[in-house]
Ligand binder design. Structure first.
Ligand code: ARG
Length: 342
């Protein structure tokens, strides 16, 4: 192979490899959905919520906003999905779009009692779904990038996000958790609460005397028919998660989004259907990696093309060779951009 073609081929493969690195799924290389601090036993159904065990939901975080005079206060929940990304609800962010307002508290059990396991992180960026609809709460999803990557521990773990659709049956144990109110117009809880819920089919949830069609395909209903179990104000952004015994892992299935009141019969909690947002999540969760990859990529392409160009001019001085290389370079950049944005 001639040396200039060699360079062109090398630059092409460098591109292919780099583009692949940048499209790795969120949790491909990391362990997820495990709770080292507790042993999982399928318990009888829980009516209403109760205190969670310490370390039971190590991906559950508290999203807090700073207020002058009173300091940080809990606004919403969130789920850790890798060491620097937290998923939450878009409606939690709308009043405070600037990342500077926020902090994320991880490894927390008692909202007002931080200990050595607790990690607090500031927020580097907030990415709200571009199609979030304030009226219908469609696409109620946002991603927060932490300023520093966290180190996982018994109390801090990421939850899994499935790369393919998962079958949830009535036997699949699914849970919600959060520091939200224990009843409509009730007070927020200090100790993390958990409850087991049923995922309710959209057909049932959209009946005329239930949500009457307001629940879109991007949403999921969960709770119980009679409303005994539900999330409430302050739980938003937190996880709806299911346990898959074959893998012994928890997967994020939904994000707490809205409900009519709390715990009312026929008005169960409505959650963001995570399976519809896999691509959105994957491309955003690698946000930081992608930007560094594109800088690396740019530098590599630049160097390779410069060296090629230089040698061609010096040794052969062939105008057409240069044109060929410039075309090759633009083609590479085009393929790269196409992979990134389409
Ligand atoms: N929108 C609420 C929040 O901001 C969550 C409400 C959930 N309501 C329900 N009935 N499940 O915290």
């Amino acid at each position: 192979m001639r040396w200039d073609l060699g360079f062109a081929a090398a630059s092409f493969w460098a591109l292919v490899v780099l583009s692949e690195v940048s499209s790795l799924p969120v949790t491909s290389t990391e362990k997820c959905g495990l709770r080292p601090a507790v042993e999982f036993k399928t318990k009888p159904r829980i009516v209403g919520g109760h205190d969670a065990q310490i370390g039971a939901w190590p991906w559950q975080v508290s999203l807090q906003v700073y207020r002058f005079g009173t300091g940080y206060h809990h606004v919403c929940g969130g789920s850790l999905i890798n060491n620097d990304s937290v998923l939450t609800a878009a409606h939690c962010i709308m009043k405070w779009r600037d990342p500077h307002f926020w902090r994320v508290v991880l490894g927390l059990h008692d909202l007002y009692n931080h200990n050595t396991y607790t990690v607090k992180s500031l927020v580097r960026a907030i990415l709200v779904h571009f199609n979030f609809k304030n009226e219908s709460y469609d696409n109620d999803i946002a991603l927060m990038k932490l300023q520093t990557s966290v180190i996982f521990s018994d109390r801090i773990q990421p939850i899994c996000i499935s790369s393919s659709p998962r079958l949830i049956t009535l036997e699949t144990p699914c849970f919600i958790s959060g520091w939200g109110s224990e009843k409509e117009k009730g007070k927020a809880k200090y100790i993390l609460q958990e409850a087991q819920v049923n995922v309710i089919p959209p057909k049932v949830c959209n009946r005329y005397d239930w949500y009457a069609g307001a629940v879109t395909w991007n949403m999921l209903c969960a709770g119980s028919e009679g409303g005994e179990v539900d999330s409430c104000q302050g739980d938003s952004g937190g996880p709806l998660m299911c346990y898959f015994p074959n893998e012994k892992k928890f997967y994020l299935i939904g994000i707490t989004s809205y409900g009519v009141g709390c715990g009312r019969p026929k008005f169960p909690g409505v959650y963001v259907r995570i399976s519809h947002y896999r691509n959105w999540i994957n491309t955003r969760a690698i946000f930081s990696r992608t930007t560094t990859v594109s800088i690396q990529h740019f530098l590599i392409v630049l160097t390779v093309e410069w060296v090629t160009f230089h040698f061609v001019l010096e040794r052969e001085n062939l105008f057409f060779r240069c044109i060929e290389i410039i075309l090759d370079c633009s083609l590479n950049v085009f393929i790269f951009l196409a992979k990134k944005f389409i």
